[in-house]
Ligand binder design. Structure first.
Ligand code: GLN
Length: 284
């Protein structure tokens, strides 16, 4: 029988071969997952053999990772803000960059007790709106998505983190089924990759994540145009529109918001890697 130590060494080399950029870490996390031990537990017992049941599970998961399936789908969760969020195939995996969007909104709404009404368009796992609701205990949210997988996933995450009493989830393509108005904040991390760029993304993303959540059309800006057109009717005067953007889209977004004539000049915020990542504007 293979020991933990042997399993880690063999798997890391298998995964390195298949193109993973983090083969040792992947191997360790997969081994923790099938043995139910934490990292220290695995390292502390290197000679422990995997049971045959553990081995066959492990081998299957390693096989999936070899095909560049993202670790978050294999493990079924991803850390974001203060949560371990459930993720599943068909739903975009939350990115650390997106925490910059949450932070930027919280920087504007410094009163944590404000009774804000927040709308998120394209809620995915719920990462953004759940983080905002968690930080602002009197805020209420409506999260919409066209994907039933996303809505089910967001629902599970809302329940697991006791935020389901303040979050309504609904099937809707952007504003189509949103009859409410007067929101204080509208936030979205819409699909923003140019269609032609999708095949060039990392294999993990291009082959495994939903193109619905990535493909922003020919110039990557389709969703922004649509939302900027319709958001003014749904926001309070002075209400905040907040987007995540691609690192090279700040000028495009500034122009779209300016041309709409309904917003204050856009403010751009960078992520931790110093890339332009967030656009903020208030409704006039
Ligand atoms: N940031 C995502 C990526 O790297 C894109 C997410 C989106 O299109 N909203 O691939």
């Amino acid at each position: 029988m293979l020991t933990y130590q042997q399993a880690l060494i063999e798997t890391a080399s298998r995964l390195k071969e298949s193109g993973s950029t983090t083969p040792e870490l992947d191997a360790l996390l997969l081994l923790c997952h099938v043995t139910g031990k934490d990292r220290i537990g695995v390292y502390a017992t290197p000679k422990e053999p995997l049971t045959s049941e553990e081995y066959s599970k492990f081998d299957n998961l390693v096989g999936r990772r070899e095909k560049a399936e993202p670790m978050a789908y294999i493990l079924g969760e991803k850390g974001f803000w203060e949560f371990d969020l459930k993720v599943r195939k068909g739903v975009l995996i939350p990115r650390p960059d997106t925490e910059s969007l949450v932070e930027a909104i919280l920087d504007i709404h410094k009163d944590r007790n404000a009774e804000l009404n927040i709308l998120e368009l394209g809620v995915g796992t719920g990462a953004i709106i759940l983080s905002l609701l968690h930080e602002m205990p009197n805020a209420k949210g409506l999260g919409v998505d066209v994907s039933p997988d996303a809505l089910a996933c967001a629902e599970e995450n809302a329940e697991a983190n006791n935020l389901d009493d303040r979050l309504t989830l609904r099937a809707s393509s952007w504003f189509d089924n949103v009859s409410e108005d007067g929101f204080d904040v509208i936030v979205s991390n819409p699909p923003y990759i140019r269609t032609d760029d999708i095949p060039n993304l990392m294999r993990d993303v291009a082959h495994h994540e939903p193109s619905l959540a990535l493909d922003g059309g020919n110039d990557g800006l389709d969703a922004y145009r649509h939302i900027i057109d319709e958001a003014p009717a749904k926001l309070k005067a002075g209400g905040l529109l907040a987007f995540e953007i691609g690192y090279d889209q700040a000028d495009d977004l500034k122009k779209l918001l300016k041309d709409s004539g309904n917003f204050t000049p856009a403010v751009i915020v960078k992520d931790l890697a110093e890339h332009d990542r967030v656009v903020l504007a208030h409704r006039l």
